[in-house]
Design a protein around this ligand. Structure first.
Ligand code: PSU
Ligand code: MN
Length: 307
């Protein structure tokens, strides 16, 4: 079977029980513009390595699910146009057709679990969109967190989403939402939000122990760790809120629906903030990669090697 392939360094790390951090690719193809997407993907991988873990960027290339990309593969994906965005529903069809696609949080979690990778770093997750009471637009990421046992480190959810509804759905689905080192639920651009986080843990070791306790309890889902953006990169709500309102209104006017909604909003925010949204996004992804590496290291310490 060549349906799934591991890069040489990912294979070695898996065999040795070394810490690994899974990374998604939709952030590269649909979340950031060229060439910042490639430079960020490389910096994220470098951050993971510097923290003593091995990065495993995940994507489907010509029908094969890759866990760990070579430098050439990463560059080709970052440059490619019209790459498919693959969530849980799309992964198998893309592979069957021999297609190429970037994995969302949901699809990356599926691949990470298959590979035996416990920890995953990203920027923002999908959630309940504003106006979901009419559009029913709720990301498959939330349901994936309920059923796939991977610890996902993000910076909270973007205010393009309805944050209270996103937290309600996560609660209904039994997903632990853990703020790192504070009581408030971080809101992507801002370190804090008016919403209290349902849970709080203060160290990578405690997050690792919670992950392993879920395994001991045979609980199927994952954990969502919400790591506040570094203070130097924050964008004040009074600056970003009117821009989000404008971008959301434009999406409605243009009848943007389904999986096109998130990429459309991210692209409009980039233009309307003069690139500032991207600078913040890069800072928080790197911060999340460092925390995920520390968590992966603590999990690896407590788990025997597989081979
Ligand atoms: N939120 C961000 N940046 C992103 C995404 C979400 O701040 O790049 C991407 C992630 O890959 C996430 C996906 O899994 O969008 C969610 O898309 P949807 O809402 O269509 O499920
Ligand atoms: Mn959606």
């Amino acid at each position: 079977m060549t349906d799934i392939t591991f890069s040489p360094e990912v294979s070695t790390a898996l065999a040795e029980g070394a810490p690994l951090v899974a990374l998604e690719s939709t952030i590269i193809t649909h979340g950031m513009p060229w060439p910042d997407n490639l430079s960020t993907a490389r910096k994220v991988e470098a951050t993971v390595r510097k923290a003593g873990a091995i990065p495993a960027t995940i994507a489907v290339l010509n029908g094969t699910l890759h866990v760990g990309l070579s430098e050439t593969e990463l560059e080709a994906l970052a440059k490619a146009k019209d790459v498919a965005k693959l969530s849980r529903a799309d992964l198998a069809v893309c592979m069957a057709r021999g297609g190429t696609g970037a994995t969302t949080v949901a699809a990356t979690m599926i691949a990470a679990r298959l590979a035996g990778i416990a920890t995953f770093a990203t920027g923002g997750i999908g959630g309940v969109h504003r106006g979901a009471e009419h559009s029913f637009d709720i990301s498959a990421d939330l349901h994936e967190l309920a059923q796939t046992p991977v610890t996902v480190v993000c910076a909270g959810a973007k205010a393009i989403l309805d944050l209270p509804k996103t937290l309600e759905v996560l609660e209904t689905l039994g997903v632990p939402v853990i703020a790192y080192g504070q009581d408030s639920f971080p809101a992507f651009w801002s370190r804090t939000s008016p919403l209290p986080a349902p849970l709080r843990l203060d160290t990578p070791a405690a997050i690792a122990q919670a992950h392993l306790a879920r395994t001991a309890l045979a609980l199927p889902g994952g954990q969502l760790v919400a790591n506040p953006i570094p203070a130097t990169a924050e964008i004040p709500p009074e600056e970003i809120d009117p821009i989000i309102a404008q971008a959301t209104a434009e999406a409605a006017e243009k009848n943007i629906t389904g999986k096109a909604v998130t990429p459309f909003l991210l692209d409009r925010l980039f233009d309307l903030t003069g690139g500032r949204s991207l600078t913040a996004n890069i800072a928080l992804v790197l911060n999340n990669a460092a925390l995920a590496s520390a968590i992966a290291t603590e999990i690896a310490k407590r788990q025997p090697a597989r081979a």
